[in-house]
Design a protein around this ligand. Structure first.
Ligand code: NIG
Ligand code: FE
Length: 390
C-alpha cells in the first residue's frame, strides 16, 4: 500500500457538502489522506490520521478536484488561425469551416495525429484537467472515424463517436446517404471504440430527424447519446437530447423556455463551452437562467481548431464568472462535479473518501483566484490517481 498525507491545505474543495461547507464542501485548514490512488480521508488537519508513508506540505494553498473536461475534439491535423483572424475582423463563424480540418485530418498519418493529441492532452493536464472526453468528427469516412476513436482511446476512456459532425463534401448532394452511412457501417466500425455518440444538431449540420435517427441507432448499438445543441441558433437539439435521455446537451446558447423546462425536469446536463463564444465573438450562454431553473450545469473547454482552440479550464472559469454571471463556486463546481455528471462518472470531480485522488494544488489561497487572477498560471501541482503528473 502507498499512502500520502497532503497536509496544510489552506482551502480544500471537496464538492461533498456532507464533508464541508456549502455546495463545494469547503474545509479550511485541511488535510487529505490518499491510499493507493484513492482519497481515504479528508477533514481539518488537526484531526488527520497519522501514519502515512509520505507527507506533502501544501503550504497553506488551495487544493481542488482535478477538472473534468467533458467536451473536446482533439483528433485533428492543421489549424485555422486565419479563420479566427478573419472572424475577429467581422466574419461570422459557420459550421462549414469543419471541412477544412477534415481534409487535413484525412491526409495526416497516425503519428501526426498522435503528436497533436499528446500535445493537447499534456497541455490540458498542465492546466489542471485530470479527466478529458475526446470526440472523433474530423475523419467522416468509416476508416478515418474509427482511426480517430482508436487514437483517442490511447488517452481516455471517454471517447465519443461524432461521425455526424458535418456532411462531408463527397456527400454534399446526398445527405441522406451520409446519414445512412453514419448510422450503419460507420457506427458498426466505431461502436467498439466508443462509449458515447454525439451529433452536431444545427443549421448547416444535421436537422432534428437526422439527429434522432443517428442517436437512436447509436443507442441500439450500446452507445449513450450527447448532443451539440443550440450553438449557433435555436433548434430541436435540446428537446431530442432530453427525450432520448442524453447525458448532456452541449453549447445550449440558444434556448427556448421549453428547452430550459425540459433540461430542468430531465437528467440531461447542460454543458456550457464559453471558449466557443469567446473565439467566435458570440453572446455567451445564459448560465443564470439555467442555474436558476435548477438545471445541472457543466463547464468544458471544447478544444478544437475552429471554434475554441483552448484546453484551459481556468480560462473558462474566469469567463463564466466575469461574463456569464456564475459565482466562482458555481463555476468551479461545474468544471469538476458538473463535468463528472456530464460523463456519468461518480469516481471523479470530487474529493470525498472513495474518489480517485485527482487533485490540483493552486498557487493561491482560495479557488476564487481561478477567476480573480485571469490568465495567470496558478496550477502548482497536479495528481492523477494519487500520482504527481510532473
Ligand atoms: O463544438 N460545433 C461543432 N463542433 C465544434 C466546432 C468544430 C470546428 O469548427 O472545427 C464545436 O464548436
Ligand atoms: Fe464541440
Amino acid at each position: 500500500m502507498t499512502s500520502v498525507l497532503v497536509d496544510n491545505v489552506g482551502t480544500l474543495v471537496t464538492n461533498a457538502p456532507e464533508v464541508g461547507d456549502g455546495v463545494l464542501g469547503v474545509v479550511e485548514d485541511a488535510a487529505v489522506v490518499v491510499e493507493n490512488g484513492v482519497v481515504a480521508w479528508v477533514g481539518p488537519r488537526g484531526s488527520a490520521p497519522q501514519g502515512a508513508e509520505e507527507r506533502f506540505d501544501a503550504g497553506g494553498r488551495a487544493l481542488v478536484p482535478g477538472f473534468v473536461d467533458s467536451h473536446a475534439h482533439l483528433v485533428f491535423a492543421g489549424e485555422r488561425a486565419r479563420e479566427f483572424e478573419a472572424r475577429m475582423s467581422g466574419l461570422p463563424y459557420t459550421a462549414g469551416g469543419i471541412r477544412t480540418t477534415v481534409a487535413a485530418t484525412r491526409a495526416a498519418s497516425d503519428d501526426e495525429l498522435r503528436g497533436t493529441l499528446r500535445r493537447l492532452v499534456t497541455e490540458a493536464s498542465r492546466s489542471g484537467t485530470t479527466t478529458i472526453e475526446c470526440k472523433s468528427g474530423y475523419g467522416l469516412t468509416v476508416e478515418d472515424e474509427a482511426r480517430a476513436l482508436r487514437l483517442a482511446s490511447e488517452h481516455t476512456s471517454e471517447v465519443t463517436y461524432l461521425g455526424a459532425h458535418v456532411i462531408p463534401p463527397e456527400y454534399a448532394d446526398r445527405p441522406d446517404a451520409y446519414v445512412d452511412l453514419v448510422r450503419g457501417p460507420m457506427l458498426e466500425a466505431c461502436a467498439p471504440h466508443a462509449r458515447w455518440i454525439d451529433v452536431f444538431c444545427e443549421r448547416g449540420a444535421f436537422d432534428g430527424d437526422q439527429t434522432r435517427a443517428i442517436l437512436t441507432a447509436g443507442i441500439a448499438r450500446g452507445l449513450v447519446p450527447r448532443v451539440h445543441a443550440g450553438q449557433l441558433g435555436p433548434g430541436p437539439g435540446v428537446a431530442i437530447a432530453v427525450e432520448l435521455g442524453a447525458a448532456s446537451a452541449d453549447h445550449v446558447t440558444h434556448l427556448s423556455d421549453a428547452d430550459v423546462d425540459a433540461l430542468a425536469s430531465g437528467t440531461t446536463v447542460a454543458t456550457l463551452l464559453p471558449g466557443a463564444e469567446f473565439s467566435t465573438r458570440s453572446p455567451y450562454p445564459d448560465a443564470r437562467r439555467l442555474l436558476d431553473a435548477g438545471v445541472t450545469v457543466a463547464l468544458a473547454a471544447d478544444c478544437n481548431p475552429g471554434s475554441s482552440y483552448t484546453t484551459n479550464i481556468p480560462f473558462c472559469i474566469a469567463v463564466a464568472v466575469r461574463d456569464m454571471r456564475m459565482t466562482p463556486a458555481e463555476a468551479v463546481w461545474s468544471a469538476t462535479m458538473g463535468g463528472a455528471k456530464a460523463l456519468r462518472r461518480t469516481d471523479v470531480g470530487h474529493l470525498a473518501p472513495g474518489a480517485r485522488a485527482d487533485m490540483v494544488l493552486l498557487d493561491a489561497p482560495s479557488y476564487i483566484h481561478l477567476a480573480y487572477r485571469p490568465g495567470v498560471p496558478l496550477i502548482a501541482k497536479v495528481w492523477h490517481a494519487g500520482k504527481p503528473t510532473s
